[in-house]
Design a protein around this ligand. Structure first.
Ligand code: SF4
Length: 444
């Protein structure tokens, strides 16, 4: 049967989608070209923000009509499946299965059950869940790959649903992670992103390797040129991890370090476990260890009880750090979470005004940072034709910035050296002087 997976949410979800695709292929199914061609449609969900949840339910309304016409098998996976558990079958009585993130390894079994008109529900946080250990096939084009190193979270930030839907922290043994990365390097992957809700807590409960040790081991794997990781919690960034930046040749000079608020009062209400000064100390240590490191972050605006003064503290923190980019959102209450019970909601017009001011200033900072790149030479991993101009190539710097430039198609999937000639709001324009085919860079 042919399957289609619609995906919402983060890189963890993208990777879960790859894992489910691999399980289905192993059971004789194949990718559908589109919805008209699909016998199975799986919607992999996210419930981190209200908007993603609303989008999911509106998509399910449309899929219900398709199912009525074609009789396709329809399944839900991911965070909303776990959040709603059995209730989802009342809310969406037309679906055939629903599997939480720790149960996605059962996807082929759920499809088989649906063929026999049996409905499957798979919920609960299983320790040593096989879902964590699935090694997806190489279904993605290109030379970039993702590896799950841990799942779940023990932090219970007051606004966040992750510990409830993805369970407690669990790390994969280092030896298993390294075997997967070696296997990826063997099939030509040069850039690896290590995934986990809080990668800095990797093996914190004891294990064969600490997170910095894991990075050092990966650094020594021939063929791997770039390593990234998401997501980091500021309170868990250790001195050893900071020392890895600028010393491990493969570790990209960029880090995503969510700060969420610049106000200590709000950080406490968020249960983040650090102060603004503590966050800035870590940032200063990173900048000292690795001058020019690119910082990105997440920030929530309009958290319950946020005053004008609190918001000004957030603006100050943003100004002080000069991030390359920030994902910023207006707070939305999530089921199960402690913050959903907090008093002092910020009126929506106030929250929108704050967000607009925040995002406006960050856009200026990002543009300034991109303009600062003009005249510099950078290493670009070429990903393919540019989206805006198919006769140009597009790739990313080690800092994760998009660079568009004229080049030979032979350069695709190679590391090339590019001169930056213009910085724009969301990308850079470059010039590549190398001969056709590209001058491949190697840091080794
Ligand atoms: S660290 Fe906080 S925000 Fe991040 S996943 Fe855990 S609970 Fe959620």
């Amino acid at each position: 049967m042919r399957f289609l997976i619609e995906n919402f949410g983060c890189q963890m979800n993208d990777h879960d989608m790859e894992k489910m695709g691999s399980v289905l292929i192993d059971h004789g199914h194949s990718f559908a070209a589109g919805i008209d061609d699909a016998d199975i449609v799986i919607v992999n969900t996210c419930c981190i923000r209200e908007k993603a949840e609303q989008k999911f339910y509106s998509l399910m309304g449309r899929l219900q009509h398709v199912r009525r016409k074609t009789g396709l098998i329809l399944g839900v996976t991911g965070c909303i499946a776990e959040q709603e558990k059995e209730n989802i079958f009342e809310r969406l009585p037309f679906i055939d299965f629903s599997l939480g993130p720790s149960n996605i390894h059962k996807v082929a079994e759920a499809v088989d059950n649906a063929k026999g008109n049996l409905r499957t529900g798979g919920f609960g946080d299983n320790a040593c869940s096989p879902s964590l250990f699935i090694r997806p096939h190489n279904t993605r084009q290109g030379v970039k790959g993702f590896v799950t190193i841990m799942k779940g979270c023990n932090n219970f930030c007051s606004y966040c649903v992750v510990p409830y839907v993805r369970g407690r922290e669990e790390s994969r043994p280092g030896a298993d992670v390294l075997a997967e990365v070696r296997e990826m390097a063997g099939r030509g992957i040069v850039e690896v992103t290590l995934l986990g809700q809080n990668v800095n807590s990797y093996n914190n409960g004891g294990g064969d390797l600490s997170f910095p040790e894991l990075l050092k081991e990966i650094d020594a794997i021939p063929g791997i040129e770039r390593v990234r990781f998401v997501t980091s919690h500021p309170k868990d960034i250790s001195r050893e991890l900071i020392q890895c930046f600028g010393t491990l040749g493969t570790l990209c000079e960029s880090i995503h370090l969510p700060f969420q608020s610049g106000s200590d009062r709000i950080l406490k209400r968020m249960n983040r476990g650090y102060t603004a000064a503590g966050y800035l100390e870590k940032v200063d240590a990173l900048k000292e260890q690795c001058p020019g490191i690119s910082l990105t972050a997440d920030c929530i605006v309009g958290f319950p009880g946020e005053t004008d003064e609190d918001f000004e503290q957030t603006m100050l923190l943003m100004e002080r750090v000069q991030f390359d980019g920030i994902f910023s959102f207006i707070y939305s209450a999530r089921k199960f979470t402690a913050a959903a019970k907090l008093t002092g909601p910020v009126p929506p017009p106030v929250a929108h005004e704050r967000l607009a001011r925040f995002q406006g200033r960050q856009r200026e900072i990002t543009l300034g940072s991109n303009k600062n790149m003009e005249g510099k030479k950078v290493e670009v991993l070429v990903e393919g034709p540019s989206k805006n101009s198919p006769d140009e190539l597009s790739g990313r710097t080690r800092a994760g910035k998009i660079v568009n430039f004229k080049g030979d198609p032979d350069m695709v999937y190679k590391l090339v050296e590019v001169d930056i000639i213009k910085g724009y709001a969301n990308s850079l324009r470059g010039r590549c002087e190398s001969a056709p085919g590209g001058k491949q860079c190697s840091r080794r």
